[in-house]
Design a protein around this ligand. Structure first.
Ligand code: HEM
Length: 205
């Protein structure tokens, strides 16, 4: 999807540079120096997540699937084995200690588990030639991959919504908005995709 590729390119141009120098001091998420694996796992999940975001755009591009099925197969393998699986495993070491508190930690850990599970279900379906199931599971997986992008928009919405109530306590406002954004960023994506794949004309596939 060319439009999504542009969105992803802009997102990565803004987000990635802070992590490419492998310098914990430059990290926007405070590195947990008491947990030696925290920063390496954070950077690993961001790099693998970037691979997942770029290849996800290729995977859901109908023209590319139809015109170049071999590219779809290869980019699908990269999406799974160079993106979601290593990125999902790495983030399991980061999500439970999210810097924005327990609401974020629970939401991010649930997201990580579902990210791995939907991708595994999609891979299993294609290996057993259940192409309708494959399509549905991979759309769910991509919806979860894109939660990192929708998260940024939700954060602005929640800061505006909660501002009038918590505006005089910036720490409480930040934690509330971050926690709510983690949850809405993936639950809403998943609901939209669920509606899409369960529309009557798609159920029979
Ligand atoms: C879908 C499963 C994902 C989960 C569960 C997840 C979880 C997390 C967690 C827990 C953090 C640390 C937050 C904190 O401690 O405050 C984080 C940060 C980050 N994640 Fe992910 N993530 C996922 C996907 C992605 C993807 C696909 C990308 C794409 C590049 C990505 C890019 C980032 C970036 C750039 C940060 C640092 C944020 C910043 O600098 O403000 N994540 N993520």
């Amino acid at each position: 999807m060319p439009v999504l590729l542009v969105v992803v390119a802009l997102f990565l141009a803004v987000e990635l540079p802070a992590y490419l120098g492998f310098d914990p001091a430059a990290s926007r998420v405070p590195a947990r120096l008491d947990l030696p694996l925290h920063y390496p796992l954070l950077v690993a999940h961001i790099l693998f997540g970037s691979v997942a975001l770029v290849t996800a755009c290729l995977q859901i591009w109908p023209w590319l699937r139809r015109a170049h099925p071999a590219v779809h197969r290869w980019s699908g393998r990269i999406y799974l084995f160079g993106g979601v699986f290593p990125g999902g495993l790495a983030v399991l070491g980061v999500a439970p200690v999210s810097s924005t508190g327990p609401v974020s930690a629970v939401g991010n850990t649930a997201l990580a588990v579902l990210w791995l599970a939907t991708a595994a279900a999609g891979y299993r379906a294609v290996r057993t030639r259940r192409y309708g199931d494959h399509r549905r599971w991979m759309l769910r997986s991509v919806a979860l991959t894109f939660s990192i992008v929708t998260n940024r928009a939700w954060l602005v919405v929640h800061l505006l919504l909660f501002g009038p109530f918590l505006g005089d306590d910036p720490t409480a406002l930040g934690l509330a908005a971050a926690g709510a954004s983690v949850w809405t960023s993936w639950v809403v994506n998943l609901l939209v995709v669920e509606w899409w794949v369960l529309r009557p004309q798609h159920r029979a596939e």
